[in-house]
Design a protein around this ligand. Structure first.
Ligand code: ZN
Length: 214
């Protein structure tokens, strides 16, 4: 009898640990979180079901059901056209091309840019299979052909993949013979860095002192 009870308890503990370790593993894949922090988060959630876990489940469902890519620029928002594309007070003749939504948000955070955006969804990388068709590049070219811009700012990362992506896009744009200026971010961006990780001052200077793409 005792043995049966012991066996049942062991299974119960094992099941508990199993679900905790599965969730910990998933959370540890999120940017900036390692396995130890992930486990702490899961324990905190398990110990605070009413206050933290239940609201979090609801909020994650909201994100899943409501958040989507903007049909125009690729930003994330709760409607098919994002707040930035919908804001007609913004400069509709300047478009800033970035790799990730996080880069768009980084530029918005510094509050010096009032134009439009286009989010590529990554950069060209043969190793990880990122080709022009797997990125939001065709939509960019369609957009450039349909809408007249005075300036196109290439704000891809200062990494090899970012620069290769920039060169590919500029080559294609030049073949379209558009009547617009192509610029890129200038001073202050360390080689190899991603926009989202730059401090606000460095990113502001880089954006304000952008130069012609040569
Ligand atoms: Zn948009």
């Amino acid at each position: 009898m005792q043995n049966t009870f012991y066996a049942k308890s062991t299974i119960f503990v094992y099941m508990q640990q199993k679900s905790i370790s599965i969730l910990s593993k998933t959370i540890s894949k999120l940017p900036g979180l390692g396995p130890r922090i992930a486990k702490k988060i899961v324990l905190n959630l398990a110990l605070n079901k009413e206050k933290t876990l239940i609201p979090l489940i609801q909020q994650l469902q909201d994100i899943y059901h409501k958040v989507q890519h903007c049909n125009i620029c690729g930003n994330l928002d709760e409607s098919p056209i994002c707040n930035i594309c919908n804001n007609h007070n913004r400069d509709q003749q300047t478009v800033c091309i970035v790799e990730e939504v996080a880069d768009l948000w980084a530029i918005e955070r510094i509050n010096v840019y009032q134009g439009c955006f286009h989010v590529l969804g990554g950069n060209l990388c043969a190793l990880s299979g990122k080709t022009p068709t797997s990125l939001n590049i065709n939509n960019l070219f369609n957009r450039l052909q349909q809408q007249q811009f005075k300036e196109i700012i290439i704000a891809t990362s200062a990494t090899i993949n970012g620069q290769n992506t920039a060169n590919f896009i500029v080559d294609q744009i030049q073949q379209m013979h558009l009547n617009c200026k192509i610029t890129r971010l200038a001073y202050g961006i360390p080689v190899g860095s991603e926009l989202d990780y730059l401090d606000d001052g460095t990113l502001s200077i880089a954006l304000l002192s952008r130069k012609d793409f040569d």
